[in-house]
Design a protein around this ligand. Structure first.
Ligand SMILES: [Zn+2]
Length: 85
């Protein structure tokens, strides 16, 4: 449970639409809405950056090979970025 009043339904919707955005399935008029929210909301900016990086890693790795260790490597990346500032 989060007690952060800034992060509620709006964030959840923004993050749901972010997934569509990254898949290229979000209508242009909604892209602006999501981008606007991401600009104003730091937790969502952080999340969006992570999602984009994660997808880039998965996409790149899957083109060449999809080893079992992939998940492990992503988790390492995760904890790396989590421990940064
Ligand atoms: Zn947010």
């Amino acid at each position: 449970m989060s007690s952060d009043p800034e992060c509620g339904t709006e964030c959840r919707e923004a993050l749901e639409q972010l997934e569509l955005l990254l898949d290229g399935e979000l209508p242009a008029e909604r892209v602006d809405e999501v981008r606007e929210h991401l600009t104003a909301c730091y937790p969502c900016t952080d999340r969006a950056t992570f999602e984009e990086q994660l997808r880039a890693i998965v996409r790149r790795e899957c083109v060449e090979h999809a080893p079992d260790s992939l998940v492990e490597r992503i988790q390492v990346r995760l904890s790396d970025s989590a421990s940064e500032g």
